[in-house]
Design a protein around this ligand. Structure first.
Ligand SMILES: NC(=O)c1ccc[n+]([C@@H]2O[C@H](COP(=O)([O-])OP(=O)(O)OC[C@H]3O[C@@H](n4cnc5c(N)ncnc54)[C@H](O)[C@@H]3O)[C@@H](O)[C@H]2O)c1
Length: 335
């Protein structure tokens, strides 16, 4: 009798309830597409948390080495990887049809720039098309590659909806930026707060539930676009400040004093300043690249000073605030 009731209850569970239950009970089958600096540490965190993890990569050398228990990523020592390979908790494959058997898929493929400095979306498109091909009800898809705001909703969602499944009910789609800091012993994949935003509130809830099984701190935001922009603001902030301090270093050198002394002294100020240090170029591989992801859409382009003045003037006019509609405005706005 009790068994029959349980069966009936199970039959009434929604796709959402069933996936949540699999995630909580660690029976969800986890997939990671792209096994590089971002994907492999992510795979290890979920393997450590007790999930069965399948990594999918297009590079045979990477797949073969990982299946032999050898890591190619500094932050994942071979000694950490091998036990999970040996006991079958982690395996790598080039066959994306395994997605049909998975419950979650994180996409962490490269997003380099083309010669023209616009983002090369070919890896994202290739990965997303494979995920969409084998997508099924009850699948959670999370994009982790750095991309321009709007990509998850405008590029991934239509592909995944092609099979007639409804987002937030049949499948769940999120964006979650990566904040890995290679070789930083204090800030590792597990303890760096993980931002996640979904297409619908149910998607966000699912993404946050998933990450919270393996990571210490999850920060849920209201949309995929907010999560996408968080990453770009973060990297643009670092790009601007590293560039600034490099210029300061050149100036100090020319004037004959030590920029490090200047920085360390300024760092005694307890507010309004974060120390950045001079170095070659703009730092880690994503920093000089990621701010260019702001550019692809006309809405994302920064306005020229003249355009900004026009925009302000039109806005003031539309509010009937004629006091601002004076010839002095351009000089004022241009500083
Ligand atoms: N490395 C970092 O420190 C860092 C930090 C934050 C964000 N990111 C972002 O994360 C994303 C991944 O970066 P990464 O450093 O891990 O790259 P990576 O080059 O180390 O690894 C990417 C892996 O994806 C594989 N791949 C490429 N196309 C594929 C496809 N269609 N299907 C399956 N696998 C595919 C490659 O073979 C490679 O093994 C990028 O968008 C990057 O900007 C990286």
């Amino acid at each position: 009798m009790g068994g029959a009731a349980t069966l009936m209850e199970t039959a009434m569970l929604t796709t959402q309830d069933l996936l949540k239950e699999k995630i909580r009970s660690r029976t969800a089958k986890v997939g990671i597409v792209g096994l590089g600096y971002v994907g492999l540490p992510r795979a290890m965190e979920f393997a450590k948390a007790g999930y069965s993890v399948t990594g999918i990569d297009v590079t045979s050398r990477v797949v073969e080495a990982l299946n032999a228990g050898r890591s190619h990523i500094q932050d994942v020592p071979t000694g950490t990887l091998r036990p999970y390979v040996d006991c079958g908790t982690f395996r790598a494959t080039m066959d994306s049809s395994v997605i049909a058997e998975l419950d979650t898929v994180n996409i962490a493929v490269p997003t380099p720039l083309r010669k023209t400095k616009d983002p090369d979306m070919s890896h994202i498109m290739a990965a997303a098309e494979e995920v969409a091909r084998y997508a099924h009800p009850g699948l959670l898809v999370i994009l982790e590659s750095t991309i321009y705001p709007g990509t998850t909703e405008e590029v991934l969602l239509p592909l995944l909806e092609k099979k007639g499944m409804k987002v937030g009910e049949d499948f769940f789609l999120c964006f979650s930026p990566e904040r890995v800091d290679p070789s930083n012993a204090q800030c590792q994949t597990k303890n760096i707060p993980k931002v996640v935003g979904g297409i619908t509130p149910a998607c966000t809830e699912m993404g946050a539930l998933f990450y919270s099984q393996a990571l210490d701190n999850v920060v849920a935001v209201s949309s995929t676009s907010v999560a996408e922009m968080v990453k770009l603001l973060e990297d643009t902030f670092r790009m601007v400040n590293i560039g600034l301090v490099n210029e300061m270093a050149i100036m100090c050198d020319r004037m004959g004093f030590n920029v490090w002394e200047v920085i360390d002294t300024l760092a005694t100020k307890p507010f309004g300043y974060i120390p950045f240090y001079p170095g070659p170029g703009l730092g880690a591989h994503g920093i000089p690249i990621d701010p260019f992801h702001l550019i692809p859409k006309p809405d994302n382009r920064l306005l020229t000073p003249e355009e900004e003045v026009d925009r302000l003037r039109n806005e003031m006019r539309s509010r009937g605030e004629s006091v601002f509609d004076r010839d002095v405005l351009p000089e004022f706005a241009l500083g």
